[in-house]
Write a protein that binds this ligand. Structure first.
Ligand code: ATP
Ligand code: MG
Length: 429
């Protein structure tokens, strides 16, 4: 007796992309790679696993990600503390330092792929999700901050997205944040009674993050708190001004959001988010900013940098609202046959069609014409090629157009000499 096997399910919050929806992913990836190349950004790939201390150091101990969202474990084979990347930036910076790629020039780079955060799964929030991560390493000026934002505006245009808006802020420099921090802690101490548990825990370690709260009971307190913006000095203001002027030049609208602080510790000066109302509670599609201190913090020679990350699942959700996506066809030509001999002839013809650049499926196994036609229809192919006994005897193949849009005035079914098949289909499919 065989023991029944308990079905294994995917891990909570980790999704499969099935063949009928992968076309949408592939198309987006294709568009994104072309878009990035058009601004001179080159692909970079780093490992999914890194040493845990890269993230605790790079992202900051008192952040949502490091405090409660990382998939970390000890490698039992050598006792190393490892973490599945919760974001790309720290890994990219580690790799840039380690391989010395900033030695003679700045670098524009990007990565696409999965990242992992142990969060409560809901629409737009998963435990494995994907990011398009873009980093400009070694650039100091506001021109590159603006370039990144301009790029994003172009991507939304390419994708036909309209309901997406830009929020902008400046976090200034460390000394400015320190002065503001003192004022903020004094303010929080005065408003202890409205702070929730998390806020009380963070008010001395990361008071800025207290203002980033989603707790409705704390909104008024947060709205009236001392603003970092009011503590910015001349240089920080000039940088911010440089970004804003370039956005104005390009006609890009934005809202100044003094409460925008972002969830990671390493940001300074410009920070931004692109937000939509079309995705329910998880409306932030892209977040980014400048992180001039990170490269040095992670052991490199001090160099400025700026970047952003787009959440792919949220972006695809948004794209699919402007129109249903169509599943990709399995092939262009579906070959139907009736005997062992015909099947073998079909294999040869299919190879010739593939040489001519067509995507071809030869029906697998033997079944009646009717069920083979059903499969051909379901495959999404434009045309079926039929090799029956009559065709074999006559050295022909019959073709039958399967979809109205592929038909366009062509005879629905006709016989073609086998040696003309490739030429005919190449022209007509
Ligand atoms: P949120 O405030 O929504 O948690 P975040 O500030 O943690 O976002 P970032 O670290 O800036 O997010 O990541 C960049 C982008 O990745 C976000 O703007 C969002 O689109 C996407 N993202 C973040 N967390 C998730 C998640 N758990 N599932 C799906 N997408 C996510
Ligand atoms: Mg988060």
């Amino acid at each position: 007796m065989t023991q029944s096997f308990k079905k294994v399910h995917a891990i909570t919050g980790m999704k499969d992309v099935l063949p009928d929806s992968s076309a949408q992913w592939q198309q987006l990836e294709h568009t994104v790679r072309q878009w990035l190349a058009s601004y001179g950004y080159r692909n970079m790939r780093t490992p999914i696993l890194e040493h845990t201390r890269l993230f605790t150091r790079g992202i900051g101990e008192v952040t949502d990600i490091v405090e409660k969202e990382m998939y970390s474990f000890t490698d039992a084979l050598n006792n190393e503390h490892l973490t599945m990347r919760p974001e790309f930036t720290a890994g990219i910076v580690r790799a840039a330092i380690e391989n010395n790629i900033l030695y003679d020039r700045p670098q524009r780079v990007y990565s696409l792929g999965p990242v992992f955060r142990h969060e409560k799964p809901q629409r737009g929030r998963y435990r494995q999700f994907h990011q398009i991560d873009v980093e400009a390493l070694g650039f100091a000026g506001p021109d590159v901050d603006a370039e990144l934002i301009l790029m994003l505006a172009r991507l939304w245009k390419i994708l036909g997205l309209k309901d997406i808006r830009l929020e902008l802020n400046s976090l200034g420099q460390a000394a400015e944040r320190a002065a503001h921090r003192d004022a903020l802690i004094a303010y929080l101490e005065q408003h202890r009674d409205v702070l929730d548990e998390e806020a009380l825990r963070r008010m001395y370690t990361n008071p800025l993050r207290v203002l980033d709260t989603k707790n409705p009971a704390m909104q008024e307190m947060a709205n009236n708190a001392p603003r970092l913006f009011d503590f910015l000095g001349e240089e920080s203001l000039a940088h911010f001004d440089g970004v804003r002027r370039r956005l104005d030049d390009a006609g890009i609208q934005y809202t100044l959001n003094p409460r925008l602080v972002r969830g990671l510790d390493y940001y300074n000066l410009t920070v931004f988010e692109w937000v939509t109302d079309q995705l329910g509670a998880q409306g932030t599609v892209c977040g980014g900013g400048r992180y001039d201190g990170l490269i040095e913090l992670l052991g490199g020679k001090s160099a400025p940098a700026v970047g952003f990350a787009i959440g792919v699942e949220r972006l695809l959700d948004l794209c699919s609202q402007s129109g249903p996506s169509v599943a990709a066809a399995e092939c262009q030509v579906y070959m139907i046959h009736q005997s062992d001999e015909a099947q073998r002839a079909a294999v040869g013809l299919a190879e010739q069609l593939r040489d001519a650049g067509l995507a071809v499926i030869v029906h697998a196994g033997s079944s009646g014409f009717k069920s083979q036609f059903k499969r051909a229809d379901a495959s999404g192919a434009a045309v079926a090629v039929i090799l029956g006994g009559d065709e074999l005897a006559a050295g022909t193949a019959s073709i039958k157009w399967l979809r109205a849009d592929a038909l366009e005035g062509q005879a629905q079914q006709e016989a073609i000499p086998q040696d003309r098949l490739v030429t005919e289909l190449k022209q007509r499919v």
